[in-house]
Design a binder for this molecule. Structure first.
Ligand code: DP6
Length: 323
């Protein structure tokens, strides 16, 4: 049996759209920070006596769709390893998946690492990131962890569409304060939301055109620990991503009233001198980045609008654990 752990991550320059859905190739690059407080632990055991894979997610057998997604991913590894052994997969998140927080990033990164080891493959870090991307685009960034840059790549087989660390977790001790504004799974998942945006939003091409400029600003902002510049780029990237989704047909609107209220509060806090900025993924929660000393101020400003708060430091790479 092999055990691997991986942290979730939050994009500061967003990934939203694909140039190839079969290979899950992103339409543009992205940049993220891994979240030490959001971790998936996955065990993979080869089970040659089983007819099919058995997947347990947070203590219960996975649903048909979730289990099929895992099996299709394991098929990639079985083909590469020349094995037709079924597997037993036990995966646990230490954060509430029901709140609609991204679990596919940490989930497919941990699964990729554990399954590659269990099936005896020897992959480089870049190859592992390429593999994790086949499970979920954002999972490619959870393999290197820390501050990670995902390359859109040019090759038609996707071999250059991987993420690498640009700086380790220790490089910049920021906090991501996850403000949970609703419970329950989201209506439109990220894969479906971005597909609808690609198919029907007149703003999708314009959105994709903005990403390289944002990456060219965000990478040096991270390297120089330039909070103001990163705040500007991250909010711009988030709002443009959501603008492209809102313009789809029918529009994909992930925000609730609390989301909008919190955007305003973060902006007015920044205007009054508190170093904070927001980003929002395919759901209604608001992720606020700040210095550790500003966490109490963020909690106070959000207290009456949120159901729960998770505070995370930057996290490290996906890794194999002792079984
Ligand atoms: C809004 O990685 O979940 O969180 O590749 O279809 O699995 P698939 O999509 P996924 O999309 C993440 C979208 C996002 C932005 C981001 O993490 O970059």
């Amino acid at each position: 049996m092999t055990v691997a752990t991986a942290h979730s991550n939050i994009a500061l320059v967003k990934y939203w759209g694909k140039r190839d859905t079969a290979l899950n190739l992103p339409g543009a690059g992205s940049l993220s920070m891994a979240l030490a407080a959001l971790t998936t632990r996955t065990e993979v055991r080869r089970a040659p006596a089983r007819e099919s894979d058995h997947v347990v997610l947070d203590g219960s057998p996975a649903s048909g769709a979730a289990s099929q997604r895992v099996s299709r991913f394991l098929d990639l590894i079985r083909v590469a390893a020349g094995s037709d052994d079924a597997a037993e997969v036990v995966t646990t998140n230490d954060f509430p998946t029901a709140a609609g927080l991204a679990s596919s990033a940490s989930g497919f990164a941990a699964l990729a690492l554990a399954a590659v080891d269990a099936y005896g493959l020897d992959l480089s870090p870049d190859e592992l990131s390429v593999l994790a991307r086949r499970g979920s685009g954002s999972a490619a960034r959870s393999i290197p962890g820390g501050w990670a840059l995902m390359h859109a790549g040019e090759a038609s087989d996707g071999r250059d569409a991987f993420a690498r660390q640009i700086a380790p977790a220790e490089h910049w001790d920021l906090r991501c304060v996850v403000l949970i504004t609703a419970t329950g799974a989201k209506d439109v998942g990220s894969t479906a939301g971005m597909n609808r945006t690609m198919m029907s939003s007149p703003y999708y091409p314009a959105w994709i055109e903005t990403v390289d400029v944002d990456l060219a600003d965000a990478e040096p902002a991270v390297m120089a620990r330039d909070f103001e510049l990163l705040a500007t780029v991250a909010e711009r990237s988030c709002l443009r991503m959501h603008a492209s989704a809102i313009a789809a047909d029918p529009g994909v609107l992930y925000w609730n009233g609390q989301t909008v209220e919190l955007i305003h509060r973060v902006r007015s806090a920044r205007a009054s001198g508190i170093p904070v900025f927001f980003t929002i993924d395919a759901g209604p929660h608001v992720k606020v980045f700040c210095e550790p000393s500003a966490v109490p101020a963020v909690r106070d400003m959000a207290a009456d609008e949120v159901k729960d708060v998770i505070v995370s430091a930057p996290g490290g790479p996906a890794r194999i654990e002792d079984a």
